[in-house]
Design a protein around this ligand. Structure first.
Ligand code: UDP
Length: 325
C-alpha cells in the first residue's frame, strides 16, 4: 500500500516507518520537526515538511493519492497540556481535523490513529478493556479522545475503515531508533540518562501508593511491538467505522521493578531519591489486549522487561545526547 505517515520523524512513527518499508509498503512522511528528528528519517523516503495546521499544505500533500494514512503527529506532554491546553487543542485537534478533511476528500481507504491509554483516565477495573468508560483527566487525553470522535464520525460519513490504537507505556528502542524527547518526562529514558550522567539525578515520584511495593504500576510495551501493531492494523480485513484497540502487554510493572530491570541490564547501581507523588499519576494502569490479539493477530513478543531495558540501554549508551550524538 501507499501510506502517508504523519509524525514519521518521531519515536513511534519512525520505528513504524521502518516496519512498513520492510513489509513492502510505499511510505511518505509528513512532519514539521517541532519534536521529531531528521536523523530518524529513513534515506530515500519522500518527505513533506510542514504543519498539519496549514490546510492548504495538507491538501497539496494528499493531492497525490495514498491508500492509507497513519497519523502519529501530536504534542504529548501531559504536564504541559495542563498548563497550555489550547496549544494541545490547536495542534492535536485542529491538525487532525485538517488531515481528516483532506484524507476524506482524497478518498483514503484506511486511517490509523495514535491514541493513548490517557483516554481512560483513572479506570475502576483492571485490566482495562476497550469497554471501559473514557474519562480523561488531562487536556492531552481530552484532545486524543476528541480526535477519536472526529475520526469515528468522519470514517462513518466518508465510508472508510479507521483504527484507533490506544498505547500504554511505549518504551524500548531498535538498534537505529530510540526515545529522545525534550524535555524528557518518561521513566525509562530519564532513568537511563541518569545512569550515563549521574549529575542528571533521578527520583521515584512517590513510594506510598496502594501497590505491593508502593510505587506506580504501568504496562510497558516495546516500540517495535507497537510498530508491528500499526502494520497489522493497516493490513487487517477492513471493517467499516472506527475500531479501537488497546496496545499493552497485559503485564504490570512497578517503578521499582523497572529500576531492578535497569540495574540488571546495565550492571550499574540504581540509587534513586524518593520524591513526592507527581500530580495526576494513577496507582495502576494495565491493558487488556485480547481484542488486538483476536482481531489483528498481534503478539507483543518484545515487551518483557529484560528486552525493553536491554534495547533502551543499547540505544542510550550509543546516543548519550539522543539524536544529537
Ligand atoms: N516516574 C518516576 N520518575 C521519573 C519519571 C516517571 O518515578 O523520573 C514514574 C511516574 O510517576 C509513573 C511511572 O514512572 O508512576 C511512569 O511514568 P511515565 O511518565 O514514564 O509514563 P505515564 O504512565 O505517566 O504516561
Amino acid at each position: 500500500m501507499k501510506v502517508l505517515v504523519t509524525g514519521g520523524a518521531g519515536y513511534i512513527g519512525s520505528v513504524t516507518t521502518r516496519v512498513l518499508l520492510a513489509r513492502g509498503h510505499e511510505v511518505e512522511i509528513l512532519d514539521d520537526f517541532s519534536t521529531g528528528h531528521r536523523e530518524a528519517l529513513p534515506p530515500g523516503v519522500p518527505l513533506h515538511e510542514g504543519s498539519l495546521l496549514d490546510a492548504g499544505f495538507v491538501d497539496r500533500v494528499l493531492a497525490a493519492p495514498v491508500d492509507a494514512v497513519l497519523h502519529f503527529a501530536a504534542f504529548s506532554l501531559v504536564g504541559e497540556s495542563a498548563v497550555r491546553p489550547l496549544k494541545y487543542y490547536r495542534n492535536n485537534v485542529g491538525g487532525s481535523v485538517n488531515l481528516l478533511d483532506a484524507a476524506a476528500r482524497a478518498g483514503v481507504r484506511r486511517f490509523v490513529f495514535s491514541s493513548t491509554a490517557a483516554v481512560y483516565g483513572e479506570p475502576d477495573e483492571m485490566p482495562i478493556t476497550e469497554h471501559a468508560p473514557t474519562r480523561p483527566v488531562n487536556p492531552y487525553g481530552h484532545t486524543k479522545l476528541a480526535i477519536e470522535w472526529a475520526l469515528a464520525d468522519t470514517a462513518a460519513a466518508a465510508g472508510f475503515p479507521a483504527v484507533a490504537l490506544r498505547y500504554f507505556n511505549a518504551c524500548g528502542a531498535t538498534p537505529e531508533l530510540g526515545e529522545d524527547h525534550e524535555p524528557e518526562t518518561h521513566l525509562i529514558p530519564r532513568l537511563l540518562r541518569s545512569l550515563l550522567d549521574p549529575a542528571a539525578g533521578f527520583a521515584v515520584f512517590g513510594d506510598d501508593y496502594p501497590t505491593p511495593d508502593g510505587t506506580c504500576i504501568r504496562d510497558y510495551v516495546h516500540v517495535a511491538d507497537l510498530a508491528e501493531a500499526h502494520a497489522l492494523a493497516l493490513e487487517a480485513d477492513a471493517r467499516p467505522g472506527l475500531s479501537v484497540y488497546n496496545l499493552g502487554s497485559e503485564t504490570g510493572a512497578s517503578v521499582r521493578e523497572i529500576l531492578a530491570a535497569a540495574a540488571a541490564a546495565t550492571g550499574l547501581p540504581v540509587e534513586p531519591r524518593i520524591e513526592p507523588r507527581r500530580p495526576g499519576d494513577p496507582a495502576r494502569l494495565v491493558a487488556g489486549n485480547a481484542r488486538a490479539r483476536r482481531d489483528l493477530g498481534w503478539r507483543p513478543c518484545r515487551s518483557d522487561l529484560p528486552t525493553i531495558l536491554r534495547d533502551a540501554w543499547d540505544w542510550h549508551r550509543r546516543h548519550p545526547r539522543g539524536y544529537r550524538g
